[in-house]
Design a protein around this ligand. Structure first.
Ligand code: UD1
Ligand code: UDP
Length: 358
């Protein structure tokens, strides 16, 4: 089959790296990059490091409001789909690139495979929830990472062509974690002046990029919690809040926090795997903490990945210093036999289902 994959944001490059490797053994893949993430260390670095084939199209669309970004993507994706006439479109997760791809494909009657279908927070105030619900509604094949996603879809009346396959992020984590030794020279973090940083022996790993946490007050609370810990914190900063974060840390002399440019995927999973604890608002990083058996505190109001919450391995905290510190002090209980994200072979399962229906 000829399959168009549409990606645009950092976590989608990682998921596509895992699935494309398997998909391309049996199918022709046309890769469309919307351009949503465009800085070298938010995009190119992933294609190079993970050896993702160069996109066949880069639409160069980024920034602006949700409507403008999604609308411009929709127009250009439609043009490409009309030209390429694929048998199927593969979409990942819940970004604006996902939604634009979904609207373009369904209106052209091209079946959509939605990878990472069914997750729900229960609020439309979260922009990704809107993208998830709308994409799920128009998808022909829904590939769920976890049981709870299947249950959410069932509660909405969607049971046809819903497949529990496991998490492609776990596939990627299993595949690359085993190779970190081979890639030692790729484990690098750089400060805002592009100077290489030495990773300390003990450290906390922080990532924080959600619009829900972007006010100065909330960022100040999160950063003061991290600054008060016994070890330094490594924090690769997403470009959306670079200036704010830099200015808060400088103004308050938060010397216990090492700010870096966004890091590569291998560096990020190295940092997760070797840190003391993780604090994040990222959907991907909270799962990776769980994969690496590292305690995680998620600074967010909603449970995104309920499976990670078992035994307090991941806990929600409000963006307040005291709450974050209190949650970091709770002792988690790991259940060794509990593997809710599959067996690291989600992508093989997805491709074998695609083969059987194609
Ligand atoms: C997007 C996704 C979010 C995902 C995140 C992954 C949506 C609605 N949100 O959020 O689900 O968790 O990606 O990282 O799609 N910017 C740059 N350089 C870049 C990319 C972004 O400077 O390479 C800046 C731009 O000013 C842009 C802002 O960051 O306006 C926000 O980027 P955007 O893609 O709109 O949303 P994310 O916060 O990255
Ligand atoms: N990540 C990365 N570099 C960074 C921060 C995160 O490679 O500087 C990786 C992280 O390990 C995970 C993915 O990016 O694999 C998560 O993406 P992000 O947090 O941007 O989005 P979300 O998962 O919240 O949608």
């Amino acid at each position: 089959m000829k399959i168009c994959t549409i990606v645009g944001a950092r976590p989608q490059f990682i998921k596509a790296a895992a699935l494309s490797r398997v998909l391309r053994k049996e199918h022709i893949e046309i890769l469309i990059h919307t351009g949503q993430h465009y800085d070298a260390n938010m995009s190119d670095i992933f294609f190079e490091e993970l050896q993702i084939p160069k996109p066949d199209y880069n639409l160069g669309i980024s920034g602006g409001g949700h409507g403008k970004m999604t609308g411009e993507m929709l127009i250009k994706i439609e043009e490409v789909l009309i030209k390429e006439k694929p048998d199927m479109v593969v979409l990942y997760g819940d970004t604006n690139s996902t939604l634009a791809g979904a609207i373009a494909a369904v209106k052209l009657h091209i079946p959509i495979c939605h990878v990472e279908a069914g997750n729900r927070l229960g609020t439309l105030s979260n922009p990704e929830e809107v993208n998830r619900i709308l994409t799920d509604k128009v998808s022909a094949f829904l590939f769920c990472c976890v049981e709870s996603a299947v249950e959410f879809l069932k509660a909405e009346g969607q049971t046809k062509n819903v497949y529990l396959v496991g998490d492609p992020m776990y596939d990627a984590f299993c595949f690359y974690r085993g190779r970190l030794n081979e890639y030692k020279s790729n484990i690098n973090a750089f400060d805002f002046d592009n100077e290489k940083i030495t990773i300390p022996e003990n450290y906390y790993y922080l990532t924080c990029h959600r619009p829900e946490n972007e006010s100065e007050d909330k960022l100040f609370e999160i950063l003061s919690a991290m600054n008060s810990l016994e070890y330094k914190t490594i924090y690769p900063v997403h470009p959306r809040n670079k200036e704010k974060i830099y200015s808060i840390c400088k103004k308050n002399n938060f010397k216990n926090i090492i700010l870096t440019l966004p890091v590569s995927y291998l560096t990020s999973i190295y940092l997760v795997s070797n840190c003391t604890k993780v604090v994040t608002d990222s959907g991907g990083v909270q799962r990776e903490a769980f994969f690496a058996k590292k305690q995680c505190v998620t600074v967010f109001n909603y449970i995104a990945w309920p499976e990670t919450m078992a035994g307090n391995c991941n806990q929600l905290a409000s963006p307040q210093k005291d709450d974050i510190l209190a949650k970091l002090n709770v002792k988690p209980e790991w259940k060794n036999s509990y593997e809710p994200f599959g067996d690291g072979k989600a992508c093989e399962k997805i491709v074998s289902i695609i083969n059987s229906v194609g």
